[in-house]
Design a protein. Structure first.
Length: 201
């Protein structure tokens, strides 16, 4: 589930990046791609929030989550984990304990040494994963800042382009008005000149 969330986030960010390049190279008066880009950035922010929160929630519940994962593993896998972390059992010396390997070699060692030192697998196991999970969801949340900044930067570009486009339209309308007024004035002068010549005859 964690890998699927990361894959969805990666694809969403890659699609947004590709679309942003296409949106930026459009002619100046075209703002529709920039508007679509902003909607993609909003979708990215929602995905970042969902994936980061999911991983954070998993890290909070990881003791129970890893217990469920460990409970379906083979005895060989559990023995390898016990040897790797020098522990026996998960929450206690009887929980998911498998005798064997180099550390939990026999029940006597478990009863005497492990119970007295509380060398159960839950602490070293979750300690090893804490670093990875905390860095993962912190890094994912870190993508939120550039996403928000890009959203506001795109809004500014849309605003500037709209203002320029509006100014150009006003300028064109004024030029059309002055041109039509000049043409009407020239037409009136031409009509008056024809009328004057006709009256002189």
């Amino acid at each position: 589930m964690l890998s699927e969330g990361g894959l969805v986030l990666g694809i969403a960010l890659l699609v947004t990046w590709a679309f942003s390049v296409a949106a930026i190279v459009q002619p100046n008066h075209v703002i529709k791609p920039l508007v679509i880009l902003n909607w993609l950035l909003v979708a990215d922010a929602i995905i970042i929030l969902c994936v980061g929160t999911f991983i954070w929630f998993f890290s909070v519940q990881q003791r129970e989550e890893f217990h469920a994962i460990l409970s379906v593993q083979s005895n060989e896998t559990i023995i390898a984990i016990q040897d790797r972390f020098s522990c026996c059992g998960y929450f206690n010396a009887t929980d998911l304990l498998v005798i064997g390997g180099s550390f939990c070699a026999n029940q006597t060692f478990v009863d005497t040494t492990v119970n007295s030192t509380e060398a159960f697998c839950v602490t070293p196991f979750t300690h090893a994963t804490d670093y990875t999970l905390e860095n993962t969801f912190s890094s994912i949340y870190g993508f939120m800042a550039p996403t928000i900044l890009l959203f506001f930067a795109t809004l500014c570009i849309i605003s500037v382009v709209s203002d320029i486009h509006r100014s150009l339209l006003h300028f064109m309308m004024l030029m059309t008005f002055f041109y039509s007024a000049r043409m009407r004035s020239a037409s009136r002068r031409s009509t008056q000149s024809v009328a004057e010549r006709a009256s002189c005859k």
